[in-house]
Design a protein around this ligand. Structure first.
Ligand code: CO
Length: 134
């Protein structure tokens, strides 16, 4: 069912430092920071040949990654995003197995302007999983 790894999202306490790490130390192509107020994050996109890394930093008062960074002050992997061809079919199939979809279970428009859903980490080997219709 799942296809490509679309991205790995890493929450970071210092976006400039993390950008420099990926750009200068690791030699990757790194975007300028992009504020995404609707999603409560500022994102730096790291383009790799086969996928992307998204460096996430909290934006605004109730950022969805604030609690994660409070628990992981030096940052850490926040979620992985897999592509699916049909997000509603994927959701229904997963729900039928008992997997929990976060929120109200309806896809939201994600950071790439495509429908996304998040799956409960306790049902997926301790990893927050994002599905994106690609
Ligand atoms: Co994501």
């Amino acid at each position: 069912m799942i296809g490509r790894l679309n991205h790995v999202a890493i929450a970071v306490p210092d976006l400039d430092q993390a950008s420099a790490l990926y750009r200068d130390t690791l030699g990757a192509k790194v975007s300028a920071p992009q504020a995404q107020p609707k999603h409560g994050v500022t994102v730096v996109f790291v383009e790799l040949p086969n996928t992307k890394i998204e460096l996430l930093h909290p934006l605004g008062a109730d950022s969805p990654i604030a609690a994660f960074l409070a628990r992981n002050p030096s940052g850490g992997i926040h979620h992985v995003c897999y592509e699916v061809p049909d997000i509603l079919a994927a959701r229904d199939r997963l729900k039928a197995t008992g997997a929990r979809v976060l929120g109200d279970g309806e896809p939201k428009i994600g950071a790439h302007d495509k429908p996304v859903l998040f799956l409960h980490p306790k049902d997926f080997a301790g990893t927050l999983v994002e599905l994106e219709q690609a």
